[in-house]
Ligand binder design. Structure first.
Ligand code: 4AD
Ligand code: MG
Length: 462
């Protein structure tokens, strides 16, 4: 018997075919006439399939145990459905109860659960409509990301997760050590990392960019796509301690080339999701955020606005809005400012560029004005910053000056500086926060629900 995923059965099978589907029971309804409707879901698409199980079907003797959450295998004949909801249903010929799910204790009852509650049962939440859909959207987004770069000849580079340099220079790194923490706790002396596994202080990476630059300056356009880690103690709806980042890096690109790539990248990925996950997207638009499809179509269908940080400050100052954080040239833009620009003022994605030098990391190229750097942030409705990037400082003297300005030791970055010593080229790149993209696409409010198992302050279960 051919085993078939439910999505394939729903889409391709013809009445009369006999198929075997396996999955978990969503619901069961018993009719007074001695047969039951069992809805089975296997995650292959948004919809489960309904099986009509007659009283004389082998296995029906266990029907009372075929409860929500139990796993079953059903062989059945495809029939045109009597109901309105679906094109087809199965007329069961055989029902096997594989794993029971005690109806009294199964945590996923039919009622709506809060997302907070579902985070506590993250091992079961992928069985819900919402989290099954998010898993499929993540998958489609990841595939579309690889497609976008592969079609353009970019190499996928696997950059290290353990590192001894801080790319963002923000000091938000998780340490990696094999030193005995109990002994360290008892001694008052300075930690001697020469006895540690790597012989020096190592951490989890905050970004694959620096290593990406090495490859961009050797084999050309490339990208990384991997997990990154930040010990930011910010309990917001947009921050994770572990998140995935996509980081392309391109030699012979300036900031404008970088902006162009970022815009077509976002449009490509969203476009593919709209095409390939229409069923899941319809659900998000109906149940999570009724504006999400409009927002996405608007993003795909229009040019992004480009304006300098300085122009943005002027707009914000003249907006007449009341801000929690005051506006001042040189100050960091807060989420309220970013969202005002993209949601209210322009109602479109905005690429802000040329940020104050004091706000941005050492690697961004300094402008002639001495005050700004060739940074760019892409801001989108509801999420705010989804991409951060820049043209890189390719001049060795400026790079060394900037490292010192940022309080970093140029000796640690000797290999990064070498790229400027030997055959330096103008180059640029950016980083897209993968979970923020998922937030944008699904309309989910909290980024913790956009990754299978979130890591945030005080939370690393599962
Ligand atoms: O702006 P960021 O810090 O830029 C970099 O890391 C550069 N090295 C990228 C590059 O040029 N190659 O981070 C890039 C993006 C942000 O725009 C945001 O979408 C996401 O990563 N991000 C986070 N996502 C979730 N949780 C966090 N704590 C995040 N911090 C950044
Ligand atoms: Mg940033």
């Amino acid at each position: 018997m051919k085993r078939t995923r439910i999505a394939t059965v729903l889409q391709d099978s013809q009445p009369g075919e006999v198929v075997n589907v396996r999955g978990w029971v969503r619901t069961r309804r018993d009719s007074k006439q001695g047969f039951s409707f069992v809805e089975v879901y296997d995650g292959s698409g948004f919809h489960g399939i309904q099986a009509v199980v007659d009283g004389n079907v082998p296995g029906y003797e266990h029907i009372k145990e075929v409860t929500t959450g139990a796993s079953v295998s059903i062989v059945g004949e495809v029939k045109a459905s009597q109901g309105q909801k679906q094109r087809i249903e199965l007329l069961a010929q055989d029902l096997k109860l594989i794993g029971k799910a005690d109806a009294e204790h199964y945590p996923l009852q039919k009622k709506q659960h809060s997302f907070e509650f579902l985070r506590e049962i993250a091992h079961l939440r992928p069985r819900t409509n919402t989290f099954g859909a998010i898993a499929r959207i993540r998958n489609t987004a990841a595939a579309a990301i690889h497609e976008f770069f592969q079609e353009r000849g970019f190499l996928y580079i696997h950059t290290p997760i353990i590192t001894t340099s801080d790319c963002e220079g923000a000091g938000q790194m998780f340490s990696v050590t094999t030193l005995d923490l109990h002994k360290l706790a008892k001694s008052n002396s300075e930690v001697d990392f020469s006895h540690d596994f790597f012989g020096k202080h190592a951490s989890l990476t905050v970004s694959g960019q620096l290593e990406g630059e090495i490859f961009a300056c050797s084999v050309g356009e490339c990208y990384t796509f991997g997990p990154t880690f930040r010990a930011e103690n910010s309990n917001t709806t947009r921050h994770l301690a572990e998140f995935w980042m996509v980081e392309p890096e391109m030699p012979f690109y300036d900031l404008n080339d970088n902006m162009e790539l970022a815009e077509s990248f976002i449009k490509h990925v969203i476009g593919r999701i709209l095409e390939r996950r229409a069923d899941d997207m319809q659900f998000f638009n109906e149940r999570i955020d009724t504006t999400v499809l409009d927002t996405l179509q608007n993003i795909v269908g229009h040019d992004f606005i480009r304006l300098s940080y300085t122009e943005a400050i002027d707009i914000l100052t003249q907006s007449g809005q009341k801000w929690d954080y005051p506006i001042e040239w040189g100050g960091a833009l807060q989420s309220e400012h970013e969202r005002y620009l993209t949601e209210k003022h322009f109602k479109q994605p905005v690429i802000l560029y040329d940020y104050p030098r004091t706000l941005k990391p050492f690697y961004m190229r300094c402008n002639e004005d001495g005050k700004t750097v060739r940074a760019m942030d892409v801001l989108v409705p509801r999420v705010g910053e989804i991409i951060g990037g820049s043209q890189r400082e390719e001049r060795i003297d400026m790079l060394e000056l900037r490292l010192k300005e940022c309080g970093l030791d140029p000796a640690t970055y000797w290999w990064y500086a070498d790229l400027r010593r030997y055959g330096t080229v103008p180059h640029a790149g950016f980083g897209l926060g993968f979970e923020r993209l998922i937030q944008l696409v699904t309309g989910m409010v909290n980024i913790r629900d956009c990754i299978p198992f979130h890591r945030t302050p005080k939370s690393a279960d599962f």
